[in-house]
Design a protein around this ligand. Structure first.
Ligand code: PLP
Length: 434
């Protein structure tokens, strides 16, 4: 399988090179040359297949011969080391729980898969691979955990001091070994700026092999399809395919779901469940894509004003907007509605949503109100405990704390505090070249 750049000004590459590069040299996102369609038997037999077997069938054509079959199977087993259950709330509405991974957010699957692919690709390199990430909270934790103890790879995470939650900070700073946390006296944009400067520093890039672990990397993007195949395996009404609601920020997760549909996965309709950030909503109305500054909301992992993966969704439908609108509806949910939904669903079903899942739930409910025969599920993308104050105010003090949180809360924080100081940062990175 080859991947071409969506800017059409760089050579096509295989899975290995696209994973190692992240972005094409012309700054475009990589996209697969063709979308594989499994044998129809695959969908008939899906209930009888193990999760790992399903995932292997889905991803193998994308990986091609860049990773041997046994190695790919090991990577998949390590990626899917936790369940992805479809939980019934009502006859019409189900929750696809993507938060059972080690950092309690859906990014675990992509981060674990990518880290292991990268570890495999750099196995014979004498030079270490350095993964650089700036994080406002969730991504850093998933990347740190995903790359922990992966040989040949060191991870450097920059996070804004005092601006991530205590659970998130513990996830970033307590691992040690090949995971290095830099606590920056600044905000997220300052962290992002330092990382960008490092990627643009020719001298540094001669001495080190730097790469990014952000969500445009195909090895983070493509495995997100697993969720939707595993949901279909559990879907109780195979004659009536689900409406699928995905809480969306950079639109990577939704785009993976739409790719799965092109591969033959039965889906009735998609919903992009967004918070107040409405760049895509406006685009579908006006046909004019206008990036905006992100607005802060309760579902902060979706506070994105220029969603990087949306261009891939346009590619899937050959830039045909009418076709896209038939298959996808967008809803913008306010913070008031989000909070109201968390309370209501807890009262009605004794089910505690996190703010991202609440946006997904309400968008689905709004759609289903106009389509009474349809049924669907929403992706519950984070564990409610990650939003401790909200969870506490709705469910009281006695909701169960998952073991993933208990295990880290007493661990010792290891971080290096630094000012917004590029020479200092560069010197820190250069230690890996020695
Ligand atoms: C990253 C994230 C999202 C948004 O996913 P995208 O692929 O960027 O659209 C939604 N919910 C949670 C909890 C996240 O961490």
């Amino acid at each position: 399988m080859k991947y071409y750049s969506l800017n059409h000004n760089a050579p096509s590459v295989d899975f290995k090179e696209a994973t190692m590069r992240g972005q094409a040299p012309d700054k475009g996102l990589y996209f697969p040359e063709r979308i594989p369609v499994p044998d129809p038997n695959f969908f008939h037999n899906i209930e009888n297949m193990a999760d790992e077997e399903i995932a292997f069938h889905v991803i193998q054509p994308y990986v091609g011969n860049t990773i041997p079959i046994d190695e790919l199977k090991r990577i998949i087993n390590e990626t899917l080391s936790f369940p992805i259950p479809l939980v019934k709330l009502t006859d019409q509405v189900f929750a696809l729980e993507l938060f059972h991974g080690p950092t309690l957010a859906f990014k675990d699957v992509g981060a674990r898969f990518m880290s292991r692919c990268l570890g495999y690709f750099s196995r014979n390199k004498t030079q270490k691979q350095i993964v650089l990430v700036a994080t406002s909270g969730d991504t850093g934790g998933a990347v740190a955990n995903g790359f922990y103890e992966v040989e040949g790879v060191d991870v450097v995470i920059l996070y804004p001091s005092g601006k991530v939650s205590s659970v998130q900070e513990q996830q970033l700073t307590t691992l040690g070994k090949n995971i290095h946390a830099l606590e920056v006296n600044g905000n997220f944009d300052d962290c992002q700026q330092l990382v960008k400067q490092a990627f643009g520093d020719a001298d540094l890039n001669e001495k080190l092999f730097l790469t990014s672990a952000n969500s445009i990397n195909i090895a983070r993007w493509l495995p997100q399809q697993f969720y939707y195949f595993l949901a279909w395996k559990q879907w109780p009404d195979k004659k009536n395919p689900p409406v699928v609601s995905v809480p969306s920020g950079n639109f990577g997760n939704l785009c993976a779901a739409m790719l799965a549909q092109v591969s033959g996965l039965p889906v009735k309709h998609f919903i992009a469940a967004c918070n107040a950030n409405d760049t895509v909503t406006e685009f579908l109305q006006t046909k004019n894509y206008q990036p905006k500054k992100a607005v802060a909301t309760l579902s902060n992992a979706m506070d994105v004003g220029d969603p990087s993966n949306f261009i891939r969704i346009l590619e899937i439908v050959n830039h045909d907007l009418q076709k896209l609108k038939k298959n996808l509806s967008v809803y913008n949910i306010s913070d008031e509605e989000t909070m109201q939904t968390v309370k209501e669903i807890y009262t009605r079903h004794h089910y505690l949503l996190d703010p991202h899942g609440a946006v997904g739930y309400l968008a689905l409910e709004k759609y289903l109100a106009g389509h009474p025969v349809a049924k669907g599920f929403f992706a519950e993308t984070a564990h409610p405990v990650k939003f401790f104050d909200m969870a506490g105010s709705v469910a009281g003090d006695n909701f169960p704390i998952p073991v993933q949180v208990k295990n880290i809360m007493n661990k010792k924080k290891q971080s290096l505090e630094m000012d917004i100081d590029y020479p200092f940062f560069k010197e820190f990175l250069l230690q890996f070249s020695r």
